[in-house]
Design a protein. Structure first.
Length: 122
């Protein structure tokens, strides 16, 4: 990749990844991801989220479709904020959350919520 094309190449990069679905792990495999969630009606869906592997990773999660009475809880392996909360609950269309990886300790990384709109973090 040529340095002078970097902005254009990043603009075309495949940042959107498929919803992993109920009961699956949210696999962060790139530095900037967009994950649109489709949540079924009358269900309490779940996902897990492992700790990041490096600093600077960013994930934008948004509920694009939510059936009546449906919800999705994403459980992180470690704290998402200073209050040591590990759950993100999505239960309405357009709820969104941005998480970024940060270094903690020596060589370890955790997610931190940097922006959230109506997502319950607990």
């Amino acid at each position: 990749m040529s340095g002078h094309r970097l902005p254009a190449d990043l603009n075309l990069a495949p940042f959107e990844v498929a919803d992993p679905g109920d009961g699956e792990a949210l696999n962060v495999d790139r530095w900037n991801m967009h994950v649109p969630l489709t949540i079924a009606a009358s269900t309490a869906e779940t996902n897990t989220l492992a700790d990041p592997t490096q600093a600077g990773q960013r994930v934008h999660i948004i509920a694009v479709a939510v059936g009546a009475g449906g919800s999705r809880t994403i459980t992180a392996s470690s704290a998402l904020n200073a209050s040591a909360e590990t759950y993100m609950l999505f239960d309405a269309v357009d709820e969104r959350c941005v998480i970024e990886s940060v270094p903690v300790g020596s060589g370890d990384f955790e997610w931190r919520v940097t922006d959230s709109e109506n997502v319950t973090v607990s």
